[in-house]
Design a protein around this ligand. Sequence first.
Ligand code: ZN
Length: 432
Amino acid sequence: MAIFDQDAELMDRRDMAQLQLERLQATLHRVYKNVKFYKKKFDEVGFLPEDCQSLEDLARLPFTTRQDLAAGYPYEMFAVPLREVVRIHSSTGSPGAPIVMGYTARDLRNWAKLAARVLTAAGVDRDDVVQVTLSYGLLTSAFGLHYGVELLGASVIPTGPGSTARQVQIMRDYRTTVLVSTPSYAQVLADQMEAQGVDPKSLHLKLALLAGEPWTEGQRREIESRLYLTALDHYALSEAMGPGVAGECEHRRGMHLHEDHFLPEIIDPKSGEPMPAGELGELVLTTITKEAAPLVRFRTGDLCRLLYEPCPCSRTLVRISRIKGRSDAVVIVKGINIFPGRVGQILAAIQGDEPAYQLVIGREGHLDYLEIKIEVREGLFFDKMTKQREFLQQLTRKLAQGIGVQPRVKLVEPHSISREAETSPLVIDLRK
Ligand SMILES: [Zn+2]
């Protein structure tokens, strides 16, 4: 199997540690000098950039959270003047203020290279035709892989999300070999093929690169057998860059993390203390090459393990295990852990656009119920589905499959939730 960047991906681990330390020191100097937020945080704990003499010293610094990034809206977290920023992405900001991500020209070059590493590790080469069904827009999801495909010299079809029947037609006519999507949208595509009577075996698909939501080995098996391809996981974290942070190789033993650009730690999500190697905890990342918007000890909220055992592919990069879910905002309904953000991902996978929504959890007698309110926007969801009842049933079924609990779905007036995005919580728990 090919390796895109042998120098980095096969680097001796001691050399890697040395490279990481040098890059970390440079990053800490840069953010201390250029980002008020970090200067204040470092000063509060009496830490000067030159105090970083080993990688362990990083643990003396406080964490950076999504709330911190949102509070810096729009440009407070940038470490370079705006004239050096050549691309701006942002999160949807629902609920709360959006998080703005900036990229210098060098950041974009690095992004394409790292995406190319992920694609190569998955087995993509210049003969492939890659259909990207992720969202092209403010979100980082589609662009990162898009430029990685081009850098590799493969062909990219930027369909973006939605119009599922047309996606299948393009897949067939353009002889797509690689699908880039979310796991739930891969399932939507499989449903569509069934409905259209298209046999996946008659297509040229060989690989699906899936990310954007927590998914399971069970979903992997289902997608692989229904679409007749190999499905691989990768890790896309917008705040750190987007897709390209980590990806599985053919051996599927976790996702190789690009440690020469992202320094990982695993912490206990409750105490914030570092966890021993191999333990399940929250992933914390420090970016060590990003110029425009570097992150120091960013709490990803994603639960996983770091795997240091050698991989048969010979890459020496540490691997992160499949993301087990999120450490924050978990609600338990009928004994099942629900990650509220998952609902948004499922809705986005159906239409490619995340509507405003809200979870209301209550109890009737001894039984919990979950109501999901979804704001209807013009044109939303009614792609080939004009009957509201049918639509509601299908939506309820998809949500139930995705979160493991049968919800009551309620469509609400435009702007009734989003209008109050700053103040209205994503989850209202009436049981308390
Ligand atoms: Zn490997």
